[in-house]
Design a protein around this ligand. Structure first.
Ligand code: AMP
Length: 399
């Protein structure tokens, strides 16, 4: 049974076709520059050569049709035709307060995705276009919306409310929602299983450290806090996003630099984080580490601040849960940087965390325990797989 997973951005469409019998990826690919000059589809079928189609792709409808053509292409395809696709799972950024779980798309679901355009202005419109393009190209097939905010929906008010006038929550639903929810949900469950914990008696922390970065606290399988807020800007220091900062900085800089609030937000989203802090060395942690090893002081200070922030959140979430049984590192940095994992866990000896250096050095992109057997808290590397998580949710809701 094959599930097509779709992740639409404003000018892009990422896809994977997953055979759910063995959860293998039959093909994956990317349509880029939709509606812009130079658009193309790059299709990677398992066990066959990559296939690139360069042609005008004016909208997402055309992009979906191209994906279906590539999947069923006699030479480069992996299925006979669209009848071999059982259902389609869509990553949708924002479900607002309405949805705390994935759901089969109907008119009401589309209405809520539309109502949340304000909360996810870059992603939600594209996500809806992707759903409607699939409905048009594959009539009668079920589409499932998997919301990035759903996992955070179980947070209690003390974690999701901001200390601002109540009317803003009531009028505009200004609150913490949290993002990377599909990843936090998947990795926390994998961690509970891998660490041999009881789902109904577990306290775990997941540090999703990628280009975007966020951290979550989960008690008995339910998220109780997470670091991203109304938008993905809050929390940890990221590749180009600032994470937490004093909101008064915004007015100060707007006045002194003569920039608008939206220009300021662009700076905080695209020009800050380790990229901005290091004076523009790079948003890529490999470059940053190399610069640090070459003796660059700004790179060293940036790396220290990044690591410190992650450790600080782990401490806060341990307090929030009154303990922690296991901690997982995931995403590009978390799965690959033994250096960052070692430095973060150096802050956690007060919790009884002990790291097995050889295991930590050997853990790259695979499930592994990196703590010693006598460590009071299990520390693991758990690779994230958002596409598989979306496919599992889609199958569960449509079977
Ligand atoms: P993601 O957003 O999960 O795809 O993660 C992308 C980030 O992972 C990039 O910014 C890289 O800096 C980082 N990354 C990938 N491999 C390594 C590595 N071996 N060491 C440090 N960072 C890495």
């Amino acid at each position: 049974m094959n599930i097509l997973v779709i992740n639409c951005g404003s000018s892009s469409l990422k896809y994977q076709l997953i055979n759910m019998d063995d959860e293998s990826v039959l093909a994956k690919g990317l349509v880029e520059r939709i509606g812009i000059e130079g658009s193309q589809l790059t299709h990677k079928p398992a066990g066959k050569d990559e296939y690139v189609v360069k042609q005008a792709i004016p909208d997402h409808k055309v992009a979906v049709q191209l994906v279906l053509d590539a999947l069923a292409d006699p030479q480069h395809g992996v299925i006979k035709d669209a009848s071999e696709i059982y259902a389609i799972g869509h990553r949708v950024l924002h479900g607002g307060e309405k949805y705390q779980a994935s759901i089969v798309v109907n008119d009401d679901v589309k209405k809520v995705i539309r109502e949340c355009f304000d909360l996810g202005p870059l992603h939600n419109p594209a996500n809806l276009i992707g759903i409607e393009a699939c409905e048009a190209a594959m009539p009668g097939k079920k589409n499932v919306a998997v919301f990035d905010t759903a996992f955070g929906g179980t947070m209690p008010p003390k974690a999701y409310l901001y200390a601002i006038p109540r009317e803003y929550y009531e009028k505009y639903h200004i609150r913490r929602y949290g993002f990377h929810g599909t990843s936090h949900s998947f990795v926390s469950k994998e961690l509970i299983r891998f660490a041999g914990l009881d789902m109904n008696n577990s306290k775990v922390i997941v540090a999703h450290l990628g280009n975007g970065a966020s951290i979550s606290a989960t008690v008995n399988g339910k998220c109780v806090d997470t670091s991203m807020g109304l938008t993905p800007l809050e929390g940890l220091i990221m590749g180009t996003r600032s994470g937490d900062l004093d909101p008064a900085i915004l007015e100060f800089l707007c006045n002194h630099e003569h920039i608008s609030i939206s220009e300021m937000l662009t700076i905080l989203n695209k020009k800050s984080g380790v990229y901005g802090m290091s004076g523009g060395i790079s948003s890529d942690f490999r470059d940053l580490q190399k610069a640090m090893e070459d003796g660059n002081e700004l790179a060293k200070a940036t790396m220290e601040a990044y690591i410190y922030r992650v450790a600080k959140y782990i401490g806060a979430y341990t307090a929030a849960m009154n303990g922690v049984d296991a901690i997982a590192f995931t995403a590009g940095v978390g799965e690959n940087s033994n250096f960052i994992r070692e430095k973060v866990t150096n802050y956690l000896t007060y919790l009884g965390v002990k790291i097995d250096k050889a295991a930590n050095d050997a853990a790259h992109g695979k499930e592994m325990t990196i703590s010693t057997p006598d460590s009071k808290v299990k520390v693991c590397v758990i690779p994230t797989n958002e596409e598989l998580a979306i496919a599992r949710e889609t199958l569960a809701l449509t079977k």
